[in-house]
Design a protein around this ligand. Structure first.
Ligand SMILES: [Zn+2]
Length: 140
């Protein structure tokens, strides 16, 4: 699978962004008052309560596996099992995403293992029959 996206894919989330060169990233919000980072758009800081001190930033792609669950039942058409992971990015943001390219087996997974964010087409097609561009994690 390729890590870059075909142009026809729609961003899977409201915070998935595609640059002019076709590369993708997730956008977050950072509080200039306390430094706390959030995934997606925020108007105010949920940590310190500052209002009007939020700026957007591009999330980094490197982090470590904080926790995971192996999913054995899902929606029709979704291949199981898969690993749903929570990742602590090195920039301080916490992101949930599926962990790919590794066996969905606890003996293959280690808490704290280094991972990297990649963007690929999701399995589900949208109403136009096209795909979604989604973020995933792979072992780094
Ligand atoms: Zn704050």
């Amino acid at each position: 699978m390729e890590d870059s996206k075909p142009a026809a894919l729609s961003p899977a989330t409201s915070y998935t962004r595609v640059r002019d060169d076709g590369s993708a990233y997730l956008e977050g919000s950072k509080c200039r008052a306390c430094g706390t980072r959030f995934l997606g758009e925020r108007e105010n800081c949920a940590r310190c309560g500052a209002r009007g001190f939020i700026e957007t930033y591009s999330l980094g792609e490197h982090g470590h596996l904080y926790n995971y669950t192996i999913v054995y039942r899902s929606y029709p058409g979704i291949k199981v099992p898969f690993i749903s992971a929570i990742v602590d990015l090195d920039d301080g943001t916490v992101v949930k995403g599926n962990l790919l390219d590794i066996e969905p087996d606890p003996s293959a997974l280690a808490f704290g293992m280094p991972v990297r964010m990649v963007f690929r087409g999701a399995e589900l097609a949208n109403a136009d029959g096209l795909g979604y561009l989604a973020h995933f994690f792979v072992p780094a």
